[in-house]
Design a protein around this ligand. Structure first.
Ligand SMILES: [Zn+2]
Length: 338
């Protein structure tokens, strides 16, 4: 039914990615099912050259080779485009693709507890992993999740004293508690992560009363906790570096756009005015909202903004002429608006 198909197509990326966060693959027998799905989709989809879908016409090994040149963010986006790519990228066959892609993009080392798609999901899917909201979501790297404020509250209850006793009085050495200082005396309050607690409880009970096994369990999980904390620190630094790199990239795009506009205005006869404002980093031209956009200047964009920019340059020209000797004003340059 057409209505049903349209509804599926409009489904939000978070909804389609809900399975990724748990690292669950959508196929039980990866190799075969994937190829079948790719083939099945080929017959149903328009595969125009140059579109991601056109990849589906190629042999699987070549497609996988091509995909290694994409970054993890792009792989994640590709997995959202249709079922065939999703099945392909969520399968074990694609592990090497994710790995190569991660290395190309210089992202942090993947923790062993997360699958490749789940790790990319943590790095780049900017929404709550529980309720899928996009509002106020911060990654909690140490826990491998992204929660909104409400879900964080629900998933991090306050620690009860019995928990400490439950784990031979060693809970503080291997639990990754969230700590907050509260009250006038700023005493520490500890919050535990429910999935972590569920895992520890289940594993602990399986050890029975064996003291050696319990000691080993505490030792191993204490080391793992340290690794999680280090991973969190590293990811925070990586996010900072990413933000700096992104800001620099946007600056480069803005600079290129400004230079393109300057060249167009020079060609239109604003040479002296451009030289005059160049001494002040092209202000006010460079401060104009349409000039400051971090987008490449297309012919269409220029057409849409041209009149407004010419008005601005006419004001610049008037000011420039006012500051020159009166005799020179007679030789005003006529603007070529065509
Ligand atoms: Zn939430």
């Amino acid at each position: 039914m057409p209505r049903k198909t349209a509804k599926r197509a409009r489904r939000s990326p978070p909804e389609r990615d809900a399975r990724i966060s748990s690292g669950v693959s959508s196929t039980s027998s990866p190799g075969q099912v994937k190829v079948t799905r790719v083939d099945a989709l080929k017959s149903r989809q328009a595969t125009r050259a140059g579109t991601p879908q056109s990849l589906l016409n190629m042999p699987l090994d070549i497609v996988l080779e091509i995909l290694t040149y994409l970054g993890p963010r792009e792989l994640l986006q590709l997995a959202r485009t249709n079922k065939a790519f999703r099945a392909m990228l969520m399968s074990r066959t694609s592990q090497s693709v994710w790995k190569a892609s991660r290395r190309n993009a210089s992202v942090p080392e993947r923790p062993a507890r997360l699958s490749e798609p789940a790790f990319a999901h943590l790095l780049y899917s900017n929404y709550c992993h529980i309720c899928l909201t996009l509002r106020s979501v911060q990654p909690m790297w140490e826990y491998g999740v992204r929660y909104c404020g409400d879900c964080k509250k629900a998933r991090f209850p306050c620690m009860e004293s019995t928990i400490h006793e439950e784990f031979d009085g060693k809970a503080f050495s291997f639990f990754n508690f969230l700590t907050v200082r509260r009250g006038p005396r700023k005493h520490r309050v500890y919050y535990y992560h429910i999935p972590e607690m569920e895992y520890f409880r289940s594993a602990w009970h399986m050890l029975g009363g064996d003291k050696d096994l319990r000691r080993k369990f505490i030792q191993e999980n204490t080391q793992l906790r340290e690794k999680k904390i280090q991973f969190g620190r590293f990811c925070k630094l990586w996010v900072g570096d990413q933000a700096v790199a992104r800001a620099e990239e946007l600056d480069r795009i803005r600079e290129k756009r400004l230079n393109a506009i300057v060249e167009k205005l020079r060609a239109m006869g604003y040479k002296e005015e451009i030289e005059w404002i160049a001494r002040d980093d092209y202000a006010p031209l460079s401060e104009h909202r349409l000039v400051r956009k971090a987008e490449p200047l297309t012919a269409r964009a220029w057409k849409g903004m041209k009149e407004e920019i010419i008005d601005l340059m006419d004001e610049v020209r008037d000011e420039w002429l006012d500051r020159r000797s009166p005799g020179i004003e007679e030789s005003r340059i006529k603007t070529r608006r065509g």
